[in-house]
Ligand binder design. Structure first.
Ligand code: GDP
Ligand code: CA
Length: 330
């Protein structure tokens, strides 16, 4: 049986996994999920990427939106707002609240996040083994100019900078101001969650789905030991570009790519991972011209359609990534 390890963020990772499950129904798939987006609100621990993966693969996702629950209502949020309790910018529905309550309750009882995630998955049956990258607290922060917000701290002038939580940058500010740095706070002291290094060591192939290279896959790779385990596993590592035609397919990944000095092109993202980590890279057919430059960087590259329009198109992307992995292995 083929053992596949996938490093995943939220929407891009989840949609790719749906295609991968369909393309490789007999494979044993382990997903290492990003937890740098996690946030504490209203006393609850919220894990947006793990939940997007779980709901998408378990059939509970709001399809159009790509995050949150289908058939959602927002009574709790409205009642909180009536008390003047925010933030109002983070969308939490009533059904979704239950997940965060169960998670927070189990963590308060002493269970690590990996055990909590396993328990939540007993209900959702995502058809993959879903592991958080770590049980330790890691929080991605983004450094911005306060002047860009139209505010500056007293006596500090226009030059002052402030770190905001990734969710505040992404959801409240919609990445509308420049990011000067992206810092996975706590990552340097975090340990991979139980099972993560073992899954990588036992894998036949490691895939990077079209997830955000900085704040999703980059954060997972920032947990000491994970990048090294992948590089040392001696198995093909193949990625699929989240950048098509010089722009992210959805979202604002260009903002966080600029923050780490990477151009928003499929080739630049491949070079950012580098040939020390990546063996193969798929770019979209519109980026066919960039194939030679990726290959010159020592990464085997192919141009294939990379738009995840429906499960069949996505399954074909997954098949192509597994084919490229076989080519690399040969
Ligand atoms: P998030 O945590 O919800 O932001 O999700 P991920 O990090 O897993 O994925 C976000 C990335 O997915 C974005 O950079 C998008 O450009 C990319 N993406 C979304 N839909 C598609 C698609 O259909 N094709 C490709 N190639 N990339 C996509
Ligand atoms: Ca995310």
């Amino acid at each position: 049986m083929q053992r596949i390890v996938v490093l995943a963020g939220g929407i891009g990772g989840a949609r790719f996994l749906r295609g991968l499950k369909s393309a490789a129904p007999d494979a044993e798939i382990t997903v290492i999920g990003n937890t740098g987006d996690d946030i504490h609100l209203f006393g609850l621990k919220i894990c947006p990427d793990l939940d997007t993966l779980m709901y998408t693969l378990g059939g509970g996702i709001h399809e159009g939106q790509g995050w949150g629950r289908a058939d959602e209502t927002f009574v709790v949020k409205e009642e909180l707002a009536a008390y003047g309790v925010g933030p109002g910018w983070f969308g939490l529905g009533d059904r979704d609240f239950a997940t965060h309550i169960v998670r927070t309750q189990m963590i308060a009882a002493g269970y690590p996040l990996s055990a909590v995630t396993e328990a939540l998955c007993t209900r959702w049956q995502p058809g993959v083994r879903l592991l958080p990258m770590t049980d330790d607290r890691v929080e991605t922060h983004v450094l911005i100019d306060t002047a860009d917000l139209g505010e500056s701290a007293p006596g500090e002038g226009a030059e002052s900078r402030r770190a905001v939580h990734f969710q505040e940058y992404w959801v409240r500010l919609r990445a509308s101001v420049d990011a000067h740095a992206v810092v996975p706070v706590g990552a340097d002291a975090a340990k991979p969650a139980p099972g993560v290094l073992e899954a990588i060591a036992d894998a036949d192939v490691v895939l990077f789905p079209p997830s955000n290279p900085v704040v999703s896959i980059g954060t997972i790779l920032a947990v000491p030991g994970i990048r090294e385990a992948i590089a040392d596993a001696g198995v093909p590592v193949v990625g699929l570009s989240p950048v098509v035609g010089g722009a992210p397919v959805r979202g604002m990944a260009d903002k966080v790519l600029s923050a780490v000095g990477v151009e928003t092109t499929a080739a630049a993202v491949a070079r950012h991972y580098g040939s020390g980590l990546l063996d193969g890279w798929l770019v979209d057919t519109v980026d066919e011209d960039s194939v030679p430059s990726v290959q010159e960087a020592g990464i085997r590259c192919r141009a294939v359609p990379l738009m995840m329009n429906g499960t069949e198109a996505t399954a074909e992307m997954a098949r192509q990534s597994l084919l490229l992995a076989e080519e690399v292995r040969a």
